[in-house]
Design a protein around this ligand. Structure first.
Ligand code: SAH
Length: 452
């Protein structure tokens, strides 16, 4: 097989990034935008030693799972990968990908519980960060690229976001503010960033700028107020003059309101500033946290919440637990967590700003003995040192692992099983319908035979 060959292939499975996989001459061929069951003519784009990449040249027989994509920029924008197949097929794929990772990488022969979804696969996001194109329009980056695909109306966002985009675009085109150019580092307006408390209705609009101020700020605020009324709680400038592709700097200047909004999650009123981490699918996050609480069974227990962000998981259990200790590395998030505890009258939670592995060691040395540990690490998973401290020093009865990457979850499950912790149950959650991402909550329990 070589570049530009046209081959016939049947798609048999899906990769974790949402490409279909077929086999040809013993080699796995990855084909984006295909569906399991498709028979295709595929043009080979690249051949590596153990796999190849291709694109659809012609669909010979269409998979029964196919549907007509309902978005005009699907396949161009880097957001959704599954708008061309039914939502039930997407669920099946995600369920299987989590289970495959646990079996293959985790080496545990245990089926996952059924994937949890609330069936809401449009308008579920509470946050959008739109890069601004050279035409002063908003959009999204194409896959693996910084090319902007213009799009004001994304199906994953709440409807108001479209109207805010329209107001912003008109303002860009009539206010004399220039869009930022990533290549030259010139121009002013880099991103439009919108956040909404889906439960409270409160909206924050943030402009990321390569400067200190914008022209006609007052008019933008008035136009937004006119459209959104009291729901517009704050408009913020994020000052980012660095030549970097990191979207936000840590400098936020409110030009309207106090610079934050509130939402309510699992009964906890949560304050959000532009920098706070908050799950983008609020309604599903609530179900996920409920499952984490069910696995943790925190009644009367000391709970250690590692990678706690603004403290949301721990705080949602605080009324049942004896006490909560949260650990998070970002100082602003810890400030949010402390504020959220106080603002909700929660007195049995404290938060530590530190690396999770370092804090765990210190706490262990202080003789703290959590009954339950919750970890919710970023995609790269937990460090070996942290897992060792958990298993050897804390030895809690239960470990609840919330993961946004099945592969690193499975790797850590495997490490933990060597340390005496057994995977008892795990449940995938579809927090990001139509994209390739899937979240999982796993319950690991201390094995009898470990003797700890
Ligand atoms: N549990 C929270 C946040 C999960 S996201 C929630 O559900 O909202 C993962 C969090 O881990 C982020 O807030 C990130 O800042 C934090 N983090 C990343 N690396 C870390 C480390 N080494 N030690 C502690 N926290 C870390």
């Amino acid at each position: 097989m070589k570049k530009n060959d046209i081959i016939d292939i049947k798609i048999e499975s899906m990769s974790s990034l949402g490409s279909g996989i077929g086999r040809y001459e013993g080699l796995a061929v990855f084909v984006p935008l295909s569906a399991v069951g498709d028979v295709l003519k595929v043009r080979i784009l690249k051949v590596k030693t153990n796999c190849a990449f291709g694109k659809i040249e012609e669909i010979i027989t269409e998979s029964k799972t196919r549907i007509a994509p309902d978005c005009s920029v699907f396949s161009k924008c880097g957001g959704c990968v599954y708008r061309h197949i039914s939502y039930s097929e997407e669920q099946r794929i995600k369920q299987q990908s989590v289970e495959d990772a646990v079996r293959r990488i985790g080496k545990v022969d245990l089926a996952a519980k059924s994937i949890v979804t609330n069936e809401k696969n449009c308008g579920y996001r509470n946050k959008a960060q739109y890069p601004v194109s050279q035409n002063g329009k908003v959009g999204f980056f194409a896959n693996h690229s910084h090319r902007i695909v213009e799009c004001e109306s994304c199906l994953l966002q709440p409807e108001e976001f479209t109207r805010i985009c329209e107001i912003f675009t008109f303002w860009m085109q009539t206010s004399g503010n220039l869009p930022y150019n990533e290549e030259t580092g010139k121009g002013l307006v880099r991103h439009l960033y919108i956040r909404k408390g889906l439960k409270t209705g409160e909206i924050m609009v943030c402009l990321v700028i390569n400067g200190e101020k914008v022209n006609a700020a007052k008019r933008l605020v008035e136009d937004l107020q006119h459209e959104l009324g009291d729901n517009l709680k704050t408009v913020v400038l994020n000052i980012n003059k660095a030549k970097t592709n990191v979207i936000l700097s840590d400098k936020c200047v409110p030009i309207y309101g106090n610079g934050y909004i509130y939402d309510i999650l699992c009964g906890v009123r949560v304050r959000l500033n532009p920098l706070s981490f908050y799950q983008v699918n609020r309604d599903m996050a609530e179900l996920l946290y409920q499952k984490a609480a069910e696995y943790a069974a925190p009644e009367g227990k000391t709970v250690l919440d590692l990678y706690c962000g603004a403290g949301t998981i721990g705080l949602s259990m605080a009324n049942k637990a004896k006490n909560i200790i949260g650990v998070e590395v970002i100082p602003e998030a810890v400030e949010d967590a402390n504020f959220n505890a106080q603002n909700n009258g929660i007195a049995n939670a404290r938060f530590i700003c530190a690396d999770a592995a370092v804090a765990a060691q210190t706490l262990a040395q202080e003789g703290i003995k959590p009954d339950v540990i919750i970890v919710d690490p970023p995609r790269k998973g937990c460090s070996q040192e942290l897992l060792a401290t958990i298993a050897n020093s804390f030895c809690p009865q239960k470990l609840v692992y919330v993961s946004c990457d099945p592969a690193t979850l499975a790797r850590d499950i495997n490490i933990l099983s060597g340390l005496g912790y057994k995977l008892q149950e795990y449940t995938p959650f579809d927090l990001f319908p139509r994209t390739s991402h899937v979240e999982t909550v796993a319950l690991l329990v201390k094995g009898e035979e470990s003797g700890k």
